[in-house]
Ligand binder design. Structure first.
Ligand code: B12
Length: 479
């Protein structure tokens, strides 16, 4: 049986930087467990045009197609399914990932998707492919964790599948060798040089209302030894200079962070790294240890400078903790890439002013300032449905429109019109940047970036201007 995996395009305004972890992990599992090497069409990495995609789909041989992605790739998934079913109607299409899980019924009803994977794919793909290998039209009712179309064209949801217990032994590393690694490695995710992203855990203990969390509040971690072994391979085979951890909450387990810092420094002293953090858990001692082990930045979701808004979004963090994190990062000469959200339910002139004042007081620019976006599966999505901001019978059209949270889509506030909200965001960004650039000059930003990245700056042969651009683009310029 021939398996084709397709990674749809994402964030076309930027270069491809993030590897498709989910799909590439499944490729590895399929190869290991079923001895099938799937073909991998990475539309995102190659930036194929749609006519090019169509001809690839025509020329490649396959019996089963696996597609995955997040909410903004919904429209591409719909397009791909249309092409495939036109070219090869008998091929089975399996879709997974966050958009398929959070909008399964809409996807089923508005496309010719055959099967949706409703959770982690490791066991599901193996069971499914085994079944389809025996008979491509096998009945699927005894496979847990899927949604499929029966012969009578009914949409059937099977029993929920338990989460993987041990990520080290039951999941796998992505099949890096099937990806266009040189494309990803030449476009750094966060840092400089040959930078790769890595996800070392699943789940998050918090329940923010704007976030989609399919893996629940119990975090499962890869062991530090698993991560160190992966780094060892990535250093040897792909000569990486930098690793960016994109976990929902990399720092949730402090003991593990300390263990990682010690082992990383022992085995790969020259490797630099970054990760995600949270204002309510980051303390002085840990930042210092991380910095000394080559961590150049920790990124935070600050979301708002208004305590009222933070509480409403169940962020479980205080303004004081946020100020403390800014202070500590600066004390350790680390940038503080922080993101904010405007337009959550309850946002008013007053709460916006509180956010702006927070930024002015702490010399923070609003470089990553997102609109509150009700992505399927979030609490604010349910709120938007309940309040009629999204029409239940026009969900397909709504999800087709979803894109980057920097683009306005739905107004969740009662106090602003759409235009007012858009202008509010712009004026706040301008004011915060103007203030920030009075606090620090671009020469100082470049100087601090050079100091932070050391040898990597010369290795990446960047001019001061490129460096500044990269620093700002990567959000690492908030010193
Ligand atoms: C890395 C990442 C990105 C990368 C892109 C990654 C990529 N190449 O696709 C970047 C940085 C570009 C990105 C951007 C955005 N992201 Co993002 N991102 C993530 C992040 C942190 C990790 C994704 C990941 O790799 N996970 C690890 C893998 C192993 O998990 P997985 O993909 O879910 O795969 C497993 C299963 O889902 C399943 N599976 C997956 N695919 C398939 C396919 C088949 C066929 C099968 C059978 C199974 C299967 O098996 C896998 C193994 O178990 C997640 C958070 C998270 N924890 O997942 C958010 C997340 C996916 N992003 C999200 C969002 C909202 C965004 C943005 C829209 C935000 C923004 N600021 O604008 C932008 C998109 C911008 C745009 N213009 O399109 C949401 C998606 C919500 C939703 N309902 O879809 C998430 C879930 C964050 C959150 N908690 O809310 N993101």
């Amino acid at each position: 049986m021939k398996v084709l995996i397709i990674n749809p395009p994402i964030r076309l305004s930027d270069k491809p930087r993030n590897i498709p972890h989910g799909l590439a992990i499944l490729a590895n599992i399929i190869r290991k467990e079923l001895n099938i090497t799937p073909s991998f069409v990475d539309i995102n990495a190659r930036r194929y045009s749609w006519p090019q995609v169509e001809s690839i789909l025509e020329e490649t041989e396959y019996d089963v197609v696996l597609i995955g992605g997040l909410a903004p790739v919904y429209s591409s998934i719909i397009k791909l399914i249309g092409f495939i079913k036109k070219i090869k109607p008998k091929v089975k299409i399996i879709v997974g990932g966050s958009v398929a899980m959070s909008a399964s019924r809409v996807l089923m009803e508005n496309s010719k998707t055959d099967i949706i994977c409703m959770g982690e794919g490791e066991f599901v793909v193996v069971e499914l492919l085994r079944k389809l290998q025996e008979d491509i039209n096998s009945s699927l009712e005894d496979i847990d964790g899927i949604c499929y179309r029966s012969k009578e064209n009914k949409i059937i949801m099977t029993k929920q599948r338990a989460l993987i217990k041990d990520l080290d032994s039951e999941s796998a590393l992505p099949a890096y060798d099937l990806l266009d690694m040189e494309i990803y490695l030449s476009n750094p995710v966060v840092g400089l040089g040959r930078d790769i992203d890595f996800i070392s855990s699943r789940g998050c203990p918090y329940q923010c209302t704007f976030c989609y969390q399919p893996w629940g509040n119990q975090i499962r971690f890869h062991s530090v030894d698993f991560v160190i072994e992966a780094i060892s391979m990535l250093v040897k085979k792909y000569r990486i200079d930098f690793i960016s951890f994109q976990d929902d909450e990399f720092m949730a387990n402090k003991k593990r962070v300390y263990e990682f810092c010690e082992k990383k420094q022992r085995y790969f002293p020259d490797l630099l790294w970054s990760c995600t953090g949270r204002a309510n858990i980051v303390k002085d001692e840990i930042i210092k240890v991380m910095k000394d082990s080559g961590c150049v930045l920790i990124s935070y979701g600050f979301e708002s400078g208004s305590q009222k808004m933070l509480d409403k979004m169940r962020k479980m963090q205080t303004i004081r903790q946020m100020e403390k994190v800014v202070e500590l990062s600066r004390k350790n000469d680390m940038p503080v890439p922080v993101s904010f959200i405007i337009g959550m339910p309850g946002e008013t002139e007053e709460t916006c002013e509180e956010t702006l004042q927070f930024c002015l007081r702490n010399n923070i620019p609003l470089y990553a300032f997102m609109f509150a976006m009700p992505y399927p599966g979030t609490v604010i999505f349910d709120y938007a449905l309940k309040t009629g901001r999204i029409e239940i019978d026009r969900l397909h059209e709504y999800i087709l429109r979803l894109g980057d949270a920097r683009d306005f889509t739905v107004n969740l506030t009662d106090d602003f019109t759409n235009d007012e909200l858009i202008h509010k965001r712009e004026s706040m960004m301008l004011a915060a940047e103007k203030n920030y650039l009075k606090y620090i000059s671009s020469e100082q930003i470049v100087e601090k970036t050079r100091k932070l990245f050391g040898k990597l700056v010369d290795k990446s042969k960047m001019s001061a201007e490129e460096l500044r651009h990269r620093a700002i683009h990567g959000g690492m310029s908030i010193f």
